[in-house]
Ligand binder design. Structure first.
Ligand code: ADE
Length: 230
């Protein structure tokens, strides 16, 4: 099995590299892909840089250049649901792009012709995430994650995304990974830990909790990998 793990920022993969320890570096398309040997299995880890374009490039490279057969995204997100608080883990059952607008041609917001408004993540990988959560009594909130190329730090915008897409969390990469994996027939899973509430104080909260929430997500993904490869 070859697993790819993508984060957006270096803080999101540092705990993974620290955990696995030894790796080989591959430089491709402006990113570094860290290859870890696990017996006959391999894990590739990379941070894409922020945003949907970078995330799509990394997912594409992982699949098409490094032969990854499953992709897991690990990182942080802003909370849209009032039930989520900083540090909570979120599993994206469906991903959408809140910043896509071709409504001038009659299309629903978020919809691109010949693509999908919502891309569903892998039921098998999501089941593994639930197993990890249940085995350690870690609360895992599940729902729709909305992605877009903007950091949401505004109460009104946050409410609009939540209502328009029925989303519980917002970030900037998940849907891009989802679209690439879906197009390539690769199972994927989007795991996020909340760093902020996507409101007026989101920037301050993000800076404060990026590292701790990224580690929470990464630690969870390490356990998912152990289950996948066992
Ligand atoms: N990632 C973490 N917090 C975010 C926010 N508020 N908006 C977009 N992406 C995020």
């Amino acid at each position: 099995m070859v697993i790819g793990i993508i984060g957006a920022m270096v803080e999101e993969i540092t705990p993974l590299l620290a955990h696995f320890g030894h790796y080989k570096e591959h430089h491709k398309g402006g990113n570094v892909y860290y290859e870890i040997a696990q017996g006959e299995h391999r894990i590739f880890i990379a941070y894409s840089k922020i945003g949907k374009v970078h995330a799509a490039l990394s997912a594409g490279a992982m699949i098409l250049s490094f032969g990854c057969e499953q992709i897991i995204f690990s990182g942080v997100a802003g909370a849209l649901s009032a039930e989520l608080k900083v540090g909570d883990l979120v599993l994206g059952l469906k991903l959408c792009q809140h910043d896509v607008d071709i409504s001038a041609f009659g299309h629903a917001l978020g919809f691109i012709p010949e693509s999908k408004l919502y891309v569903e993540s892998s039921p098998a990988l999501n089941a593994i995430a639930r197993e990890v959560a249940n085995s350690q009594a870690i609360p895992l909130k599940e729902g729709i994650i909305a992605s877009g190329d903007c950091f949401i730090a505004n109460g009104e915008k946050k409410q609009w995304i939540a209502r328009q897409f029925n989303a519980i969390a917002v970030e900037m990469e998940g849907a891009a990974v989802a679209v690439v994996c879906d197009a390539c027939g690769i199972p994927f899973c989007i795991l996020r830990s909340i760093s902020d509430n996507a409101d007026g104080s989101a920037d301050i909260s993000f800076d404060e909790f990026l590292e701790s929430s990224a580690k929470r997500s990464a630690d969870f993904v390490v356990q998912m990998c152990a289950k996948i490869l066992q």
